[in-house]
Design a protein around this ligand. Structure first.
Ligand code: NDP
Length: 295
């Protein structure tokens, strides 16, 4: 059996086109478009690339973006001061502080400073708290976990009653994915670096979400036949034939897993493009609430 490939690039493109149309409608209805402010502190090359990709995606959707860059030695007061200015700016509907921040900065305090109505990354403790409470209804769902759930839904995977195993318990991926799958009535097991016999858990899973940052650790023999596998991991693997000397692979060994799984996301081209699409979706929602009140 060869798994159905869940094409994140195509699904994200569909979502981005829908957003573009809604932004155009907003423009004609209110003569305003959503605005996203990005905050980049320091000169981390990967972070700068992510911010550029997000700004380009905004431009394609008709969303205005406001880029802010601070030096690597910016003080806590400067970063929080910028966030406060953006909170007060009516043209800015969403604020994205690109993580990780330089080590001398208190990341949690910076995220805390973002107004909850503009927290389009969904990392504000209030948003996470609302996700954790009964009802599980945050104002904004964190983008990567949101993308994971949409991929499963678009692929027609039955979530209610399914046994889901999540590898990883981080604040930005594993934990919110677990809460969202519970909201969808899946039975959730969270595995992490201290879990005994990971494969034993995996072999019982109808749905596997891999978010551990371990190159191709999950192999086909660890999976239940027919399982849906969402690979969040992005890892560099040496490849002398590749232009840069490496290629990107996931936490799942794609070749062996696709022979056993029922559906699987590739890396790249799975969860990655969805993260950006859901950021645009959250920015659109923030603008809708700002222009028209909550729906
Ligand atoms: P973190 O490093 O914050 O968390 C990793 C988690 O995996 C931890 O809970 C850790 O356990 C667990 N873990 C690590 N090694 C093992 C192991 N050998 N067996 C079982 N569990 C293990 O990573 P993130 O959540 O930030 O990211 C995970 C992956 O997803 C990375 O590859 C990252 O690049 C990718 N990513 C992709 C995104 C996308 O848009 N596609 C967005 C964000 C992340 P413990 O808690 O015990 O330490």
């Amino acid at each position: 059996m060869s798994a159905k490939i869940i094409d994140g690039t195509a699904i994200a493109a569909e979502i981005r086109e829908e957003i573009r149309q809604q932004v155009a409608e907003m423009q004609s209805r209110w003569d305003r478009v959503p605005g996203l402010a990005t905050v980049l502190v320091g000169d981390n090359t990967a972070s700068a690339t992510y911010v550029r990709m997000k700004q380009k995606a905004c431009a394609e959707a008709g969303i205005q973006s406001f880029g802010h860059e601070l030096p690597a030695d910016a003080s806590q007061e400067e970063v929080v001061g910028l966030v406060s200015e953006l909170n007060a700016n009516p043209e800015v509907n969403g604020i994205l502080v690109q993580l990780p921040l330089p080590r001398h900065l208190d990341e949690e305090a910076v995220l805390n400073a973002i107004s909850i109505e503009k927290d389009v990354d969904g990392f504000h403790p209030v948003n996470i708290g609302r996700l954790a409470m009964k009802g599980r209804d945050p104002l904004f769902i964190p983008c990567t976990p949101y993308g994971v759930i949409v991929l499963l839904q678009k692929a027609g995977i039955k979530l209610s009653g399914a046994d889901a195993v999540i590898l990883g318990r981080s604040n930005i991926v594993g934990l919110p994915v677990a809460m969202l799958l519970q909201k969808e009535n899946a039975t959730v097991t969270i595995c992490h670096s201290r879990t005994r016999d990971l494969a034993d858990h995996l072999r019982r899973a109808d749905i596997v979400i891999a978010a551990i940052g371990q190159t191709e650790m999950v192999t086909g023999d660890m999976l239940k036949p027919g399982a849906a596998v969402i690979d969040v991991g992005i890892n560099r693997k040496d490849d002398p034939l590749a232009r840069r000397g490496y290629r990107l692979v996931g936490d799942v060994d794609y070749e062996s897993a696709r022979e056993v799984a029922g559906a699987i996301t590739p890396v790249p081209g799975g969860v990655g493009p969805m993260t950006i699409a859901m950021l645009l979706q959250n920015t659109l929602r923030a603008a809708q609430i700002a222009f028209d009140g909550p729906r």
